[in-house]
Design a protein around this ligand. Sequence first.
Ligand code: 13P
Length: 248
Amino acid sequence: MPQKLVIGNWKLNGSLAANEALLKACGALAGVDRAVCVPFPYLAQAASLLGGMALGAQTVSEFQSGAYTGEVSAEMLAEMGCRYVIVGHSERRALFGEDDATVGRKAAAALRSGLVPIVCVGESLAEREAGRVMEVVGRQLGAVLEIIGAQGLSRSVIAYEPVWAIGSGRAASAEEAGEAHAAIRRWLAENGALAAEMRILYGGSVKADNAAALFAMPDVDGGLIGGAALSAQDFMAICRAAVANGAC
Ligand code: 13P
């Protein structure tokens, strides 16, 4: 079984000075796979200060090259040393108009360049309260499956990020996360993916004090960390909680 995977998503935060201080304060740590997804302009800087972590980006163009002003291709990310790229984060879906099919095409672009897409899925509070969690997540995953197939999905990381838990300070309980992750793994298996070998990360208000309980759930294979990834102390505490909870 692979070890757990903890990824920091810095979102729209950072500066050369702050990044250097943050990355230098994240020392080596065995027993967990770690990565940081940084804003595009800082990829080169972060690549030089990783200290054993992997590098990732927060989005990618669905296009390979050409007249697409402002876009960044998967090939460029690979050339800069990225291993991962987040696709379909709820902020991109809600604020930048990315629909399910766009997310699938971005995942396809990532795979074509040898990157591992981190496919984000998750329901809103209204959808959860209406009992529609797997209807929504199944639709989001289904659109990606249609484009990259079960083989492509098997090479991806899934991040379950309930929209109501992101940046709210109200994480899903370990039971809520565990239940959703188990349902996602069942969905993946039913749709032909190598579900048992895939990593399903939880994201949404993961902090040093709730990480251990979340990571103890059998289907929670790690975390996608927003706010707490901007503090080396908090990020490292979360990574240590992943170490303590062992393999996926
Ligand atoms: P927070 O950890 O700040 O809630 O953000 C989660 C997230 O969106 C990670 O991608």
